[in-house]
Design a protein around this ligand. Structure first.
Ligand code: FAD
Length: 387
C-alpha cells in the first residue's frame, strides 16, 4: 500500500494551521514546527478577535473572496464542533464621501451587495454610542462580524492533533526551499514531500531572497477599552466600526462573547522586529489611537483604557497576499497585511487543492493576491457534496 504524502508546515498561526487543515483533507501526513506555545501570544493570529467584512475599498477580488471565506469557516465550525463567529454587522464612516468608503460603496453596489446609506444624524440616532460630528458619509451592512481568533486557533490545533497532525516545538533557523527542508536551532533537519512556510512576520528574515524584497514586518498598536456605564448596553448590539480614512483612521471591535472592546490602527508602521521588539505599547502610541477614536465615540472621556499592546504582522507593498510556490516542493503564505485572518481557511483549502492538482498551482497566486477569480476546481472543496 502506498504511504501518504508528507507535509511540513513552519508556523502554527492561523495560516499554518489552515494549510495543515487543508492538507490533511487531501490525505497528507502533516508535521507542524512552531517555536512558541499555540495559540502564540507573540504571533499575528491572536488576541481575542479579528474582523470579517465585505467592505474592501476598491479591492473587488478580496470582497468576492469573503463569501467563500464564510463557506470555509462553516467547515471549520463543523470540524471543531463550535461556531466561533459573532455577527455584528458593519458600520463604515468617514469625513468624506470619496476615498475608501466611496470605493467600498461603489464596489459593493457593482456586485449587488446590499448596504444602507446613513446620514450623520441617522448614525447617531441608530447607534447612540457614536457621535455624528464630522461624518460626511456612512453606510451600514448586515453581514460581517467578529471571529474569536484565539479560541479558533486553539480549536483548530486541538482538531488537527486529533487528526494525527504532529506539533513539534522547535525553532527553525534556516529554510531550504529546493529540498523542502528546515534546519532547526538544535542542528537537526526536518524534510517532507512538501514544505509550507507560514511564519507570519518572522518570514522575511527566513526567506531573504524570495520574500524580504516584497514583505516587511509592521508593528501595530491595539488598545482595549471599558465603556462608561451609560454606553455598555449600546455596545452589546453595536456593529464593528470602520473609519479607515487614508490619512488616519481606526477600527473598533465590539465587546462580543465576553471579550473587551478593542480599537486599532489600520495604517502600517512598516517598522519593527517580531522577534526582538517588546510587545508593550508606549503612552504615545496609545494616545495616537485614542486621538482617532475621540471624535467618533460619544463621551470618550468616560472610557477607561484597560490594556494596550503591540502586535506584529507582515505587510506586502500593495496589501496583496503572497501564497505561491517558491520552489517545486515549497510554498509560502505571507504578506497578509493586516487582513488575512478572515481568509485563512479558504486559503488553506485552495493551497491544498493546488498542491494536489498541478494545473491549479499557477492559478493560486493571482487569486490569493486578489487579482483574479478562482480557477474552476480551486475552491471545489467548498462545493456542497452530492447526497
Ligand atoms: C492587530 C491585528 C489586527 C488584525 N485584524 C485583522 C482583521 O480584523 N481581520 C483579518 O482578516 N485579519 C486581521 N489581521 C491579520 C491576521 O490576523 C494575520 O494576517 C494572520 O493572523 C497571520 O497569520 P500567520 O499564521 O501568517 O502569522 P502568525 O500568527 O504570526 O503565525 C506565524 C507563526 O510562525 C512561527 N514562527 C515564525 N518563525 C519561526 C521559526 N523560525 N521557527 C518556528 N516557528 C516560527 C511564529 O512563532 C508564529 O506562531 C490582524 C492582525 C493583527 C496583528
Amino acid at each position: 500500500m502506498a504511504s501518504s504524502p508528507t507535509a511540513l508546515v513552519l508556523g502554527a498561526g492561523i495560516m499554518g494551521l489552515s494549510a495543515a487543515w487543508g492538507l490533511v483533507r487531501q490525505g497528507f501526513s502533516v508535521r507542524i514546527v512552531e517555536q512558541d506555545p499555540v495559540p502564540n501570544p507573540r504571533g499575528a493570529s491572536v488576541d481575542h478577535h479579528r474582523l470579517i467584512r465585505h467592505a474592501y475599498g476598491a479591492e473587488a477580488g478580496y470582497m468576492r473572496m469573503v463569501d467563500p471565506a464564510y463557506a470555509a469557516w462553516d467547515q471549520v465550525w463543523r470540524d471543531i464542533g463550535e461556531v466561533l463567529h459573532v455577527g455584528t454587522g458593519v458600520l463604515a464612516v468617514s469625513g468624506r464621501a470619496d476615498g475608501w468608503l466611496g470605493e467600498s460603496r461603489a464596489t459593493l453596489a457593482a456586485d449587488g451587495l446590499a448596504f444602507t446609506d446613513l446620514t450623520a444624524a441617522e448614525v447617531a440616532a441608530r447607534f447612540p454610542i457614536f457621535t455624528e460630528a464630522g461624518i460626511g458619509a456612512a453606510f451600514h451592512m448586515e453581514p460581517g462580524g467578529v471571529l474569536l481568533a484565539e479560541r479558533i486557533v486553539a480549536g483548530l490545533a486541538r482538531h488537527l492533533t486529533a487528526r494525527g497532525v504532529v506539533f513539534e516545538r522547535a525553532r527553525a533557523v534556516a529554510v531550504d526551499p529546493a529540498r523542502a527542508t528546515l534546519r532547526l536551532a538544535d542542528g537537526g533537519e526536518r524534510s517532507a514531500d512538501l514544505l509550507v512556510v507560514a511564519a507570519g512576520p518572522w518570514a522575511p528574515r527566513l526567506l531573504p531572497g524570495s520574500l524580504a524584497p516584497r514583505v516587511v514586518p509592521s508593528r501595530q498598536i491595539l488598545v482595549l477599552l471599558e465603556p462608561p456605564a451609560q454606553h455598555r448596553e449600546g455596545w452589546v448590539r453595536a456593529p464593528m466600526l470602520l473609519d479607515l480614512a487614508e490619512d488616519g483612521g481606526f477600527y473598533a471591535v465590539p465587546p462580543v462573547a465576553g471579550t473587551p472592546l478593542k480599537i486599532g490602527d489600520h495604517r502600517f508602521s512598516r517598522t519593527g522586529d517580531a522577534e526582538a521588539d517588546p510587545r508593550e505599547a508606549t503612552a504615545a502610541e496609545v494616545e495616537e489611537i485614542l486621538a482617532f477614536a475621540r471624535p467618533r465615540l460619544r463621551d470618550m472621556a468616560g472610557y477607561r483604557v484597560i490594556g494596550a499592546r503591540a502586535c506584529y504582522y507582515d505587510v506586502e507593498d500593495a496589501e496583496r497576499f503572497v501564497v505561491e510556490a517558491i520552489a517545486p516542493r515549497c510554498l509560502v503564505m505571507s504578506g497578509f497585511s493586516g487582513h488575512g485572518f478572515k481568509f485563512a481557511p479558504v486559503l488553506g483549502l485552495a493551497l491544498a487543492a493546488a498542491t494536489s492538482d498541478p494545473t491549479l498551482m499557477p492559478t493560486l497566486a493571482p487569486w490569493a493576491a486578489g487579482e483574479a477569480a478562482p480557477a474552476p476546481g480551486l475552491l471545489a472543496a467548498l462545493e456542497p457534496v452530492a447526497a
